[in-house]
Design a protein around this ligand. Sequence first.
Ligand SMILES: Cc1cc2nc3c(=O)[nH]c(=O)nc-3n(C[C@H](O)[C@H](O)[C@H](O)COP(=O)(O)OP(=O)(O)OC[C@H]3O[C@@H](n4cnc5c(N)ncnc54)[C@H](O)[C@@H]3O)c2cc1C
Length: 400
Amino acid sequence: MDFALSEQEKELFKRAKEFTREHITPKAHELEKRNEFPKEVVQKAYEAGLMNLHIPKEAGGPGLSLLAETLVSEATGYGCAGMATSIMCNNLAFAPLVIGATIEQLKEYVEPLITGKDAKFGAFCLTERKAGSDAAAVATRAERDGDEYVINGVKCWITSAPVASLFTVFASTQPELKHKGLSVFMVPKSKAVKIGVIENKVGQLNSIQSEVIFDDVRVPKECLVGKEGEGFKIAMKTLDKTRAGIAAIATGVAQRALDEAGKFANVRHQFGQPIGRFQGIGFKLADMGARTEAARLLTRQAAWLADRDLPNSKVSSFAKFFASDAAMQNAIEAVQIMGGYGYIKEYPAEKLMRDAKLLQIYEGTNEVQRLVAGNAILKESVNLDTGYHVKYDGRDAPII
Ligand SMILES: Cc1cc2nc3c(=O)[nH]c(=O)nc-3n(C[C@H](O)[C@H](O)[C@H](O)COP(=O)(O)OP(=O)(O)OC[C@H]3O[C@@H](n4cnc5c(N)ncnc54)[C@H](O)[C@@H]3O)c2cc1C
């Protein structure tokens, strides 16, 4: 594995960092008070070429790698995780289409959204009130009626839904088959697609989530992505890819927490010296630094594997849970290192703590990531020959 970035990737990372410094970091706290989708900043990110990077060239996109996407997410996540979520929402919404749709479908439904003057948005609609981690429990129905499908159901927690033009919807075409009856549809915004309750969050306030109500929504049969029953497979393939994006935002948050805490520890004096000189603080900074570097390496490994179409389910789960745990731990430590200043809104640490928490929850909770990774490890180790066996009860058994 080669972690060296190409010249193009280096340039993109630099551009995304400069963008963050100019447009995100100085405004994030102020914009957060509005508690709404940060349209102007996202429009600027679109104009700066920081969005829709994975859409293939044949469908009007730049056709860049997942690694490239993670660089943008890390850089923007450093400035504000909520803003980074708003900028990367199209990555999640359009990934199932890049995976399962034909180039003709992408050209018709996605290209117009990514090539105009103004930024347009997609929304990934999987979660429902009773179907969170258990995606197979989706109750939204899509029924075939002649040359159309009729979609009915309610999704919740849908990022960027209130501003979206296209909804990627997971709905059941054959409920009796459970996850094997799930299909995925491209649903353009219409009167029958209604925005319900706006979710009232504690963090990542520079992103917006809402319910989406599909009320007898009719779409042509050509809006089916892949075949009927392929929805679950496409959802899992999507999350294998997009988890690296969340890990990248988390790496940005972990790095920011480290930088803010380090800066503070140099200038805050107690007992006649900078608090950074106390070994207890130095140890915290060392752990925060190691966690950040490890999170970055795992993130890049997950993206590197996905970009080569190599199995990456286990590593992308490692990256997601490790990096988001690192972000959370680093944010908590930053608050602690900053003492009372860490706990007030004028300083950046409390926002990092609120924002980081979500990274452990959305796009598959960290418990679910550990399930995925644990199952993968069990599968890999069942026939593993470590060269060290004993016979127990007529079978190979490990020595404990
Ligand atoms: C701000 C935000 C943005 C979101 N954006 C989107 C979006 O754009 N599109 C979308 O479709 N969804 C979105 N989601 C939904 C998100 O992916 C779900 O919240 C998440 O998958 C968890 O589902 P849940 O909240 O129903 O929790 P539950 O699944 O009910 O889980 C509750 C708890 O039980 C644990 N748990 C569940 N099953 C197991 C298990 N088998 N083993 C061990 N522990 C388990 C979980 O880890 C968690 O700790 C978003 C959520 C939030 C909060």
